[in-house]
Design a protein around this ligand. Structure first.
Ligand code: HEM
Length: 185
């Protein structure tokens, strides 16, 4: 019997799970980038304190979501819309970099916490505790956290800009993949 599910991706449209991952991640990254932009330009304000207060917890949630999203992406690799040509290769490269940084940026921050003997809890659940030892060499990887975070912001802005240019300027209806009607497979 043919499966008429819209959960999975199809060559003409992303399914409901990929879309949920995409738009929830977009909202979380929006908040996360607001927190670091405000940290750079308005550090003494109440709005900065509000956004920054979620930076660590949201950062960890982004890491978990990025892991789940990567697994789901692999499971759907052969079904999802295929990007073709040189621009397609470029887009694939940018998407891979975004995935890599969504994993690496929070990971190095957590590694820095671990190396600095700080421990980390998510919503009251201990992810790792204090070890009683500091590793200053390992902690140095944390120096990459901010830089890689800014690179991620640039790539995400580029990704959004290219999607909008394709849809509204080149008029190739690109947004249908992530926001149009879903195709049953
Ligand atoms: C995808 C998730 C994350 C993104 C995109 C992100 C992004 C950034 C960026 C761009 C900065 C630099 C701000 C500046 O230049 O002032 C920063 C700083 C910081 N982040 Fe994150 N972050 C994430 C997750 C985390 C997590 C999980 C933690 C904690 C475990 C964390 C802890 C920090 C700390 C302590 C700073 C200030 C020190 C520094 O610049 O390295 N971040 N973050």
């Amino acid at each position: 019997m043919r499966d008429k599910s819209t959960i999975w991706d199809s060559p003409t449209s992303f399914g409901s799970v990929s879309r949920a991952f995409h738009w929830v991640m977009a909202l979380m990254l929006f908040w996360q980038f607001a927190s670091v932009i405000l940290r750079a330009v308005a550090k003494d304000t109440a709005v900065y304190k509000l956004f920054w207060s979620a930076h660590f917890q949201l950062g960890f949630a982004i890491l978990v979501l990025a892991i789940l999203r990567s697994i789901w992406g692999f499971a759907n690799l052969s079904r999802r819309p295929q990007l073709e040509g040189v621009t397609g290769m470029l887009a694939t490269l940018v998407h891979l970099l975004i995935y890599g940084l969504m994993l690496a940026v929070p990971f190095v921050a957590l590694l820095r916490n671990y190396a600095n003997d700080r421990g980390f809890s998510f919503l009251g659940i201990q992810i790792f505790g204090q070890t009683g030892m500091k590793n200053s060499e390992l902690a140095l990887v944390g120096n990459w956290h901010g830089f890689m975070g800014w690179v991620l912001l640039v790539l995400v802005v580029g990704h959004v800009a290219m999607a909008l240019i394709h849809h509204f300027v080149l008029r190739d209806n690109t947004l249908r993949y992530m926001a149009g009607p879903r195709q049953a497979v």
